[in-house]
Each structure stands twice: as structure tokens, then as C-alpha cells.
Design a binder for this molecule. Structure first.
Ligand code: SF4
Length: 134
């Protein structure tokens, strides 16, 4: 049976465009579903430029999940704060695992591919550690 990838989405100040594309992406996906909490998620999606208030909330969520859930920054704002000139995950120290998908907004197809890639890279790292006996 194919594994379901669980994702948790957190809007860190997005205009809503990236979030709509994520909704559209997941509406047809049979291998990706929503997680109720970051702790239950295989991948945490963030959208938006990471405002000051959102940064504190995101870091609290990350702490709550034991900083284990990989973060996938969706859209240019989440990467570097576009069009505000600063922000995004580039401004957040202490986030351990990151990947990103550029676009304003990225398409649903790109979002699905990025989620699958992020989940697979984590699964691969876990397999490597297990193979190495770590
Ligand atoms: S990248 Fe574009 S669509 Fe996504 S939150 Fe920023 S402005 Fe909106």
C-alpha cells in the first residue's frame, strides 16, 4: 500500500495566493493529506514573508514538534520575503531542515512535486542512518 504523506500548512503572512495553490494541489492528490498538527506531519509547509508575529508563532510550533518536521517554504515570499525585501526562512535562525519552492505563486503541480521530494529526502536520510546503524 502506498504511503500517505501528511502535511501541515502555516501561513506566515501570505497574500493567500500560495495557500490557494496548495489547496488546489491537495484537492486531487491521493498520496498527500492534511495533518492536524505539525507533530503529526511529515512536512510542514509555510507560506508568506514570515512577519515578526508569525515568526514567534512558527518557532513555537517548531519547538512543539521537537524541531523534527522538515519545513518546505512555498513561494518567493516564504523564501526571502518578496516583495517586502526581507524575511522568509532566510531570516529565521534555528530551523534545521529546509527546502523551498520558488514562484509567485508556484503551480499545484510544482507544489505536489516539491512535497513528494521533501518527504522522500527525509525518508532517505532516515534509511541512511538506519543502514549506518546510527
Ligand atoms: S509568493 Fe506571491 S502568491 Fe505567494 S504569498 Fe508571496 S505574493 Fe502571495
Amino acid at each position: 500500500m502506498k504511503r500517505i504523506i501528511r502535511v501541515y500548512r502555516f501561513n506566515t503572512g501570505s497574500c493567500g495566493g500560495c495557500d490557494l495553490e496548495i489547496m488546489a494541489a491537495l484537492s486531487d492528490a491521493v498520496d498527500i493529506a492534511w495533518a492536524a498538527t505539525p507533530h503529526e506531519a511529515d512536512v510542514m509547509l509555510i507560506t508568506g514573508p514570515l512577519t515578526v508575529g508569525a515568526k514567534a508563532a512558527l518557532m513555537a510550533l517548531v519547538r512543539e514538534s521537537g524541531n523534527q518536521t522538515p519545513i518546505l517554504a512555498i513561494g518567493r515570499c516564504a523564501i526571502d520575503g518578496h516583495p517586502f525585501g526581507r524575511g522568509g526562512v532566510a531570516s529565521a535562525a534555528g530551523l534545521t531542515v529546509r527546502s523551498s519552492l520558488d514562484g509567485c505563486p508556484p503551480t499545484p503541480t510544482q507544489i505536489l512535486e516539491a512535497i513528494r521530494r521533501a518527504a522522500e529526502s527525509v525518508a532517505g536520510a532516515v534509511r541512511q542512518r538506519a543502514d549506518a546503524g546510527l
